[in-house]
Design a binder for this molecule. Structure first.
Ligand code: ADP
Length: 179
């Protein structure tokens, strides 16, 4: 599914984020940037050990929730990995939505700073961190759309949803957004 926002593309695909041919992929990391399972494990496995070497060297204090840091991307086809830390879902009253929006915004700011054309995102916080998928879809798609409306770049933002269920949830929200 693909829509345009100003002169940019906002795209949803089902698949594996490590295989995307884009300038940067976002990683759903933890505050210590310590490595983990889920999408983080997949990205580190595909990129190789240089990714962890670089995060430990450049960001020994980790990364706060809602923010993002950039590294190179090892063996991936992407040039950069943006490590961003989503909130753990605690029922919705602990600022989770603003923190989740902050993840997407911070990564898009890094993309603009590095003059990149294309960025791919996973559904941050929707795995082990427990953020309800429908609410995550609403917040993340709205934040990306607002960013593209304001900044008119990067040219392509692609959400890569691992499961059919997650893809369906994002597609329903995006359809409502354009109707
Ligand atoms: P978090 O701790 O932020 O919840 P997870 O890695 O547990 O991060 O999950 C985030 C989302 O990433 C989940 O929806 C999960 O299905 C998805 N995911 C897992 N592996 C991949 C992959 N290779 N590509 C894209 N998305 C993935």
């Amino acid at each position: 599914m693909l829509i345009t926002v100003e002169d940019c593309w906002l795209q949803l695909v089902q698949g594996d984020i490590t295989l995307q041919e884009v300038d940067a992929i976002a990683n759903a990391a933890n505050e210590r940037l310590a490595g983990g399972g889920g999408v983080d494990g997949a990205i580190h496995r595909a990129a190789g050990p240089t990714l962890m070497e670089e995060t430990s060297r450049e960001y020994p204090d980790g990364c706060p929730t809602g923010e993002a840091v950039a590294t190179s991307a090892g063996s991936l086809t992407a040039q950069f990995v943006f490590h961003t830390v989503g909130p753990v879902w605690r029922g919705g009253g602990a600022g989770e939505e603003q923190l989740l929006r902050g993840c997407y915004r911070s990564c898009l700011e890094l993309a603009v700073d590095h003059e990149l054309q294309s960025v791919a995102f996973p559904a941050i916080s929707t795995g082990v961190f427990g953020y309800p998928i429908d609410l995550a879809a609403e917040a993340s798609l709205d934040e990306v759309r607002q960013f593209l409306e304001t900044h008119r770049r990067p040219s392509l933002v692609r959400f890569v949803l691992w499961s059919e269920g997650n893809f369906g949830a994002y597609a329903r929200v995006l359809e409502e957004m354009v109707s």
